[in-house]
Design a protein around this ligand. Sequence first.
Ligand SMILES: C[S@@+](CC[C@H](N)C(=O)[O-])C[C@H]1O[C@@H](n2cnc3c(N)ncnc32)[C@H](O)[C@@H]1O
Length: 475
Amino acid sequence: VNGQAVPDLYDSIPYTDHAYAEAHPDRLAVVAALAGWSAPGITQARVLEVGCGRGGNLLPMASQLPEATLVGVDRSSRQIEYAREVARAAGLRNVTFLSDSFEDAALAESSFDFVIAHGVWSWVAPATRRELVRRIARWLAPGGVAYVSFNVLPGWYARAPSRDWLRFATARLGERPEGARASLEWLRGCVSHELGAYRHGLDDVARRLAETDSAYVVHEHLADEHHPETVEVFLAEAGAAGLAYLGDAIPQTTALELLGGQAASRAEGLAPNDVQQLVDFVRSTAFRRTLLVREDERARRGWRWPARLDVGAFGSMRVASRLKPAGGTAKPDAKVEVFEGAGLSVQVTDVGARAALHDLARAAPKALRVPPETAHELFDLWLATCAIDPHVHEPPLAAAPSGRPVACPVARWHAAHGGPVTNLWHHEVVLVDEPVRALLAALDGTRTAAELAGSLGSYVRAGLRLLADSALILG
Ligand SMILES: C[S@@+](CC[C@H](N)C(=O)[O-])C[C@H]1O[C@@H](n2cnc3c(N)ncnc32)[C@H](O)[C@@H]1O
């Protein structure tokens, strides 16, 4: 503007770090296999993340996959500087961060096995998002898999009034992003009970804001560029760029198996893109994580999108479970057993599946091969609950700490400097307990448990000083 650079909103207000298990190459390869598409190997994968922000997703991935080569591109130089600092501190040599617009990034054609763009497509102007999918198609290796997430209609229609209100309230009423949740609750309180759907939509967004921060409010609700579209529009633009639909990174959100009889049978005869559009009308989908492959390679392989997931492929994977038997030990004579975890309580009747869940609970957090005789039952459990996770790749995690425990260097960095901690399965772990964060930060493999207890002693002394200074101590 007038010869001056336009300030980048992400330089002024960086996006919060997040890791997305569903955007990990392991998950992309799992979904590909369930759709009959053989994806490249994970261990030495070449991974590109477009719009990588501060590297919250790519940095833990680089640490989990030391033989892989990872590249992150983002226009915001401040965020890229931060990502580079974490990579340096964590000693990661396999990840490179480029401070560039993806429109200008000079990357070799067909050079990435996995290309990830989380939270970018809906949040740029329409011409830019079309260039995004063209770039993805150009950079993706022939058999590679791309992941693109975006806000989608019709589900997002219900959230649009919240965004419009927040933009009005900040532009015209002097409200601040930090007060967005209270602002929505105020508006909801003014709305007649007769407008139930409208109130529900406002509530829904206010609840989401309670789990997020003002950076999210700014970029999701206040930014000028934000364009939810139907999946039909997305897939048409991806198709024009030479990309074809493969599946969804969380298959439970689109699986015909879960759609209900009438809708599922109506979907059966439709073309893949129309099936997805029908699914979104039935489910009122608001957010999608779509996986794509190159159309030229699809045609060469003669691959067609299968409407149903392949249970046989599931049976050849490894599974990690977040479920534990609620009653402790197994009671083989009981008709039903309850397993708990991942915020769920699950009743399991099948004897084989129960035995497998006990084995998985004992092995956790490691994964085990799916026992062939229970593949169908575990597949159904996975589809219904998401509480067990199929994998084609297992990180080198230890079930118990060694004499000189060592933790993932990126998790150690986040434990010391703030931000979400990501585990070796690429799940975020909520660690609110300061002493536990301090312990994690100290696990660099140089100290025994006894030495760690000593160094945490200094943490206790500093804590006592702070509590005394804060006038909380009686004696
Ligand atoms: C909503 S944030 C998502 C960040 C991260 N992928 C996540 O989901 O946690 C969008 C990111 O895309 C980046 N971005 C937007 N337009 C871009 C462009 N044309 N080239 C490169 N990066 C861009 C922004 O700087 C920002 O970091």
